[in-house]
Unconditional design. Structure first.
Length: 276
């Protein structure tokens, strides 16, 4: 077979690989930005040197085995930020941008708001908020020291002054935050979909028999850690909005609502601590 770029892509497609995935992996081995898919089309007859072809085939094989493209290329864009990611953290999902957009809405008009992102992982949510609100005091908390290392790397590379610390949700937290935001584990531990996510850290995905264990803990802890009028915003599973709204009602929150992602799925639910 020819070593032309078009032939390498055809080979990947013949093995069942998604075309976009194949293009992103090819751009990666060529050392080109992920947004240059048009360049591949314009250069489809260019030769792919043998060492790069071997690297490309190896990456395609790993992708075919289920490894996320973001891990293979070491990067994922989230809310306009290029984040380093690897197997120590979840790959940031586009639907989580809904949570960031809502967070920025509730912070509008607040001067120097204090924000904490629980289960920060790669730091995606915390860094996105800090990027849009440079006056905010943003913290990221995670139980995984490995995840915190990734988050700190991203903060340093992006030049964003987010502070990160190890902890279990809001346990031991003293400050009164204007916003507590979290994309915690919310998959039921027996959910068959976990089989397709074996390359990502299980502790960042599953949360008890019904997937609500960590959401319950955060909702229970949040009132004592929020300033009057502060908000708690949570991402959750496609069928958990009603359950999370009930948790917030029982914990005394007001202004309870859910937000849908771009697919129309109720993806986030939040509430406000009463001002008095």
């Amino acid at each position: 077979m020819s070593n032309a770029l078009a032939d390498a892509l055809h080979e990947a497609a013949s093995s069942g690989l998604d075309r976009l995935d194949a293009q992103l992996l090819l751009l990666h081995v060529l050392g080109r930005p992920a947004d240059e898919r048009g360049w591949l089309i314009a250069h489809d007859t260019d030769a792919l040197p043998a060492p790069q072809l071997a690297s490309y085939r190896a990456l395609c094989a790993r992708r075919a085995a289920g490894e996320p493209v973001a891990y293979l290329v070491g990067e994922k864009e989230f809310f306009g930020l290029a984040l380093a990611v690897d197997a120590r953290v979840l790959v940031p999902r586009p639907e989580t941008e809904t949570l960031v957009e809502w967070a920025l809405e509730v912070l509008a008009g607040r001067e120097r708001p204090r924000v904490v992102d629980l289960g920060t992982g790669s730091g995606a949510i915390a860094l996105a908020i800090a990027h849009r609100r440079p006056d905010a005091q943003v913290e990221g908390v995670d139980a995984s020291q490995d995840a915190l290392a990734v988050a700190q790397q991203n903060a340093s590379r992006l030049g964003l002054p987010v502070s990160f610390r190890r902890g279990s949700w809001l346990e031991g937290t003293l400050p009164r935050y204007d916003l507590v935001v979290s994309n915690p584990p919310y998959v039921a531990q027996a959910d068959p979909h976990l089989a397709a996510l074996t390359h990502e850290p299980l502790q960042a995905l599953a949360a008890g028999p019904d997937g609500l264990d960590d959401l319950r803990t955060i909702v229970a802890q949040a009132p004592a850690c929020l300033a009057p009028g502060g908000w708690l915003l949570l991402e959750h599973g496609w069928d958990q909005a009603g359950a999370v709204r009930a948790l917030l009602r029982d914990a005394g929150f007001g202004e309870i609502a859910s937000r849908a992602d771009l697919a129309g799925i109720p993806r986030c639910t939040g509430g406000q601590r009463p001002a008095a």
